[in-house]
Design a protein around this ligand. Structure first.
Ligand code: B12
Ligand code: SF4
Ligand code: SF4
Length: 362
């Protein structure tokens, strides 16, 4: 049965795959609790640890897991643009969740034609811990940047898996953390917000990828480091020696559409946003979060010609947009912005007035 499944994976051009029958990841509990105590967790994670660690709580009949990795970013070079916003390379083209889900569905159905089974497909959005499952299935090992690194494709691999009630013969792979990074600390030293811990793993609340996605308040001292990122962050992967080979390949795509026009992003409507970016992985947080990030980018890039357009955003009905517009104006022209904010404080609701006061005191 295992050989037939491998044939099916190969026929579907999937060459990063592995199997595991470990159903309980409770051994990670202490590590998870430590992270929460230190505040390194974030709202995109499932808080119910029973759901995260016990595969059978998600799919009671599960006996084995078929894990796959889908490589991307071949030949990618970080785009350098002085007056535009940037999307992370994971947001290039069609959303990887859709591609992987479709691929895994085809594989699962072809398996079903040979061995009747019940199955559940998981890509990113399940409460389970994708990296740990895929690591145990033999797809790679953890880098200090906390990502799973595959021997051939590096860390630019998206992960997904099929939970199945088939009993597949497996060898569970135990690779010690940090076995492969050894003395390298390049990602730690390159991370703009010092989000990567010396011992490996992240303070996720400092990670720029997190900051570009969260709806929570972004602390003032993290905003400059977000530079012109509109969605995600690639820095700790672009600098990683394990990705050198994949990045130096002939580019498969033209990555130009990872560059975002900031002016357009300020005025884009919900429908226009859905039409232009709706199929990408980065669009899931919606137009207003991208707009907020564009406002931060304009401040960081010191695009003074946008001053009046950002000033108009002080009248935006969204409290979120207002407070980031105020911050951005202060980056563009402190004196002019201070006069405007001081003047508008008296007309604003308490919560906005307090924020303006705080910004003016910095
Ligand atoms: C929440 C989340 C985030 C959060 C938190 C990320 C994180 N590192 O935890 C934020 C928003 C920051 C994020 C960012 C990104 N994410 Co994300 N994210 C997730 C999600 C939904 C859950 C991750 C999770 O459970 N974290 C919990 C903690 C405990 O995990 P951890 O800190 O990584 O700890 C593990 C290891 O670090 C290791 N470990 C612990 N201590 C030590 C010590 C040493 C020395 C070492 C080496 C390892 C190690 O053990 C832990 C157990 O797994 C998963 C999908 C899923 N359902 O699993 C995708 C996932 C992890 N994300 C993914 C991707 C691609 C990204 C981004 C690259 C996107 C982008 N371009 O911006 C960035 C990368 C940032 C980074 N350096 O990690 C991929 C990773 C693929 C891969 N090759 O590893 C996943 C698996 C989605 C998928 N199915 O493809 N993400
Ligand atoms: S994704 Fe960016 S901010 Fe997050 S850990 Fe990597 S380099 Fe740091
Ligand atoms: S940059 Fe160095 S330390 Fe960081 S993940 Fe890559 S090999 Fe490991």
């Amino acid at each position: 049965m295992k050989q037939k499944i491998i044939d099916i994976l190969n026929e579907n051009k999937i060459d990063v795959f592995g199997f595991t029958n470990i159903m309980d990841y409770n051994y990670l509990q202490q590590m998870f609790l430590n992270r929460v105590n230190l505040g390194y967790d974030n709202e995109f994670e499932e808080y119910n640890l029973e759901k995260r660690f016990k595969v059978n709580n998600i799919f009671p009949k599960c006996k084995s897991i078929i894990a796959i990795g889908m490589p991307y970013a071949e030949g990618y070079k970080k785009q350098n643009c002085r007056d535009k916003g940037i999307l992370s390379v994971i947001s290039f083209g069609e959303d990887y969740h859709k591609i992987l889900n479709k691929k895994l569905k085809i594989v699962a159905e072809q398996i079903n034609e040979n061995f009747k089974h019940e199955y559940l497909i998981c890509v990113d959005t399940s409460p389970l811990i994708d990296k740990e499952i895929c690591k145990i299935a033999g797809l790679g090992y953890y880098g200090k940047n906390s990502l799973l690194i595959n021997e051939y494709y590096g860390s630019f691999i998206n992960l997904g898996y099929i939970l199945t009630d088939l009993q597949i013969e497996t060898e569970n792979i135990i690779i010690e953390n940090n076995q492969s990074c050894q003395d390298c600390n390049i990602c730690i030293n390159s991370c703009p917000n010092n989000a990567i811990l010396i011992e490996g793993g992240l303070n996720t609340k400092k990670c720029i990828s997190y900051l570009t996605q969260t709806k929570s308040y972004i602390p003032l001292n993290y905003r400059n480091n977000m530079k012109n990122q509109i969605y995600g962050c690639d820095i700790c992967q672009v600098v990683c020696p394990k990705n050198k080979e994949i990045l130096s390949k002939e580019p498969k795509h033209n990555y130009d559409n990872l560059i975002v026009d900031l002016n357009e992003m300020i005025f884009i409507s919900k429908d226009e946003f859905a039409n232009k970016f709706g199929l990408t992985a980065g669009s899931w947080r919606g137009k207003n979060i991208w707009k907020r990030n564009a406002i931060i980018s304009i401040g960081n890039l010191k695009l003074n010609n946008m001053f009046d357009k950002i000033k108009n955003e002080l009248n935006n009905p969204s409290e979120m947009i207002k407070i980031y517009a105020a911050w951005s104006l202060l980056q563009l022209d402190e004196k002019k912005a201070s006069d405007i904010l001081n003047n508008s404080i008296k007309y604003e609701k308490d919560i906005i007035a307090e924020e303006y006061k705080k910004l003016l005191e910095v």
